[in-house]
Ligand binder design. Structure first.
Ligand SMILES: [Zn+2]
Length: 73
């Protein structure tokens, strides 16, 4: 005979209250990865086109959105 034991969470955790910083970090790191890999990616702010910016030594310096002018640095 099998007993099915269902454990309930002692208290469901509320959503994190620190402003969702991790989510923004995820977006930004994803944008960096997209820039490095594909040389263009979507803007984490408006989903527009993010253009890479290069240093004089052809190292990736960041990106700038064509649509909302957000800069990724
Ligand atoms: Zn944008």
């Amino acid at each position: 005979m099998t007993m099915l034991l269902v454990e309930r969470d002692p208290g469901l955790q509320p959503l994190p209250e620190d402003g969702g910083g991790a989510t923004l970090d995820d977006l930004l790191s994803g944008a960096w990865e997209g820039l490095a890999a594909a040389c263009s990616t979507s803007c984490p702010v408006c989903a527009g086109e993010l253009e890479p910016r290069w240093t004089s030594r052809a190292a990736l310096a960041g990106g700038r959105c064509r649509d909302c002018a957000s800069e990724l640095r």
